[in-house]
Design a protein around this ligand. Sequence first.
Ligand SMILES: Cc1cc2nc3c(=O)[nH]c(=O)nc-3n(C[C@H](O)[C@H](O)[C@H](O)COP(=O)(O)OP(=O)(O)OC[C@H]3O[C@@H](n4cnc5c(N)ncnc54)[C@H](O)[C@@H]3O)c2cc1C
Ligand code: FES
Length: 261
Amino acid sequence: MLQFDAKIVSNHLLQSSYYLLTVDAPEVCELAAPGQFAHVRIPGFTEGILRRPFSIYKAQDGQLAFIYKVVGKGTAKLSSAKAGETINLLAPLGRGFDLTLCDDEIPVLVAGGYGVAPLAFLARRLDRTGVVCIGGKTQADILCVDEFDSIGWRTLVSTEDGSLGYCGLVTEVLKNILGEMGEKIRVYACGPLEMLRAIAEMTVGAGIKAQLSFDRHMCCGVGACWTCVIPVKKENGWQYSRVCKNGPVFDAELICWERLE
Ligand SMILES: Cc1cc2nc3c(=O)[nH]c(=O)nc-3n(C[C@H](O)[C@H](O)[C@H](O)COP(=O)(O)OP(=O)(O)OC[C@H]3O[C@@H](n4cnc5c(N)ncnc54)[C@H](O)[C@@H]3O)c2cc1C
Ligand code: FES
């Protein structure tokens, strides 16, 4: 993990409230793995001292890229940052996805909203293509479809209001895929907690491996403050685990779901 000042290459609106931030970071680019994140000090953000975590969307050509949604004061301020400005990052942080698949395993990616960002990075690093289910509340929340199409993934879109693709939850699309493809799949997912919970209910106990990336409020981002904990199973009980250090990616079967809110 490095702490460094990076030059902003570009920072522009993608669609609706989603932005794409690209920074120069040649050293970290080499180290970054899918599922890892950066803890970002937002330039000129004087109202809050905490950094904000964002999943790495791309790490190539000496640059890191992030897709972020404006949800509050920090991300609103970030959206006004200009190319050429300096931004301070801690990266790469956390443990990412396990990229090792068995010979006959097919990857199935499940994304909710900006959760598509680390999965797009993962898709480019896996040694095979598979199926990606991209869900959101409306069409405005559906990102990266052309990108997955262009690298040969079967792309299934769903929206809760029916404005694009299947009308309903992305987990309903996953349920159909599980029925179609059986157990020879590996699920990788990133999105809201209830989406991850629904995926665990479908996979744990059905013999399907699922790796889930958790989005928790974070303070330090490096394992010191225990703000970001989730309950995980251990022999004869459970314990808290830090999402920023031991995650953000965890095996679905390791989570103590009944204790997780
Ligand atoms: C490991 C990790 C990876 C992430 N990757 C991305 C990403 O790739 N793209 C992206 O847009 N966002 C991502 N997030 C969420 C992002 O960090 C928050 O949306 C951001 O910190 C909000 O900052 P803010 O100052 O704008 O919001 P605040 O003003 O702090 O809060 C505004 C609203 O956003 C909610 N919020 C704050 N933090 C989070 C959070 N961590 N998760 C969900 N809701 C939150 C608050 O509850 C509040 O309702 C990630 C979070 C984690 C932990
Ligand atoms: S955010 Fe401090 S321990 Fe995870």
